[in-house]
Write a protein that binds this ligand. Structure first.
Ligand SMILES: Cc1cc2nc3c(=O)[nH]c(=O)nc-3n(C[C@H](O)[C@H](O)[C@H](O)COP(=O)(O)O)c2cc1C
Length: 140
């Protein structure tokens, strides 16, 4: 089973989250969407992560989601989000993720760090939910 973990991060928390996820998987390829967008068809499982600013996920993640809806719907897809204000995340999901993907993909709310800070530890990371989803998808 080929797994891609893609992420886009501005202050490092989504990157840390992606690295945590990758460390839990037997074998996967990790992609920083700022540098490389892989060919999604090459993979069986797709994980796409983004931070949130002003109620929106970051542009490269939004573009990958919008440009590949059919491919993503045909595969196992997990979207993982890092944000600081948990009460606003549903609105962000509604505004940033196409409806068909909201219905198909599993979306993990991973927690996040306060605006403009850098992650100095992983205490904020919602490891329980991440591990539950990876287990449910038979990935760990
Ligand atoms: C300018 C700015 C705007 C932000 N807007 C939001 C927001 O609308 N909702 C939210 O929950 N968090 C918001 N945050 C917090 C980030 O989502 C949080 O720090 C996240 O962990 C950043 O992910 P990253 O380190 O991968 O870039 C904002 C942070 C900054 C710096």
């Amino acid at each position: 089973m080929k797994i891609a973990v893609m992420y886009i991060s501005k202050t490092g928390s989504t990157q840390l989250c992606a690295e945590y996820i990758a460390s839990k998987l037997q074998d996967c390829s990790l992609f920083d969407l700022d540098r490389e967008i892989p060919c999604l068809s090459d993979f069986d499982v797709l994980l796409i992560g983004s931070g949130v600013r002003m109620g929106k996920i970051y542009k490269p993640a939004k573009q990958v989601l919008n440009d590949n809806i059919e491919t993503l719907i045909a595969k196992k897809t997990i979207i993982f989000l890092c944000n600081f204000y948990p009460e606003t995340i549903q609105k962000t999901i509604r505004n940033s993720i196409p409806n068909r993907l909201i219905n198909h993909a599993k979306i993990i709310k991973c927690g996040g760090i306060s605006p403009f800070s850098k992650p100095t530890n992983t205490e904020w990371l919602n490891c329980t939910e991440i591990n539950e989803v990876l287990t449910a998808f038979c990935l760990m």
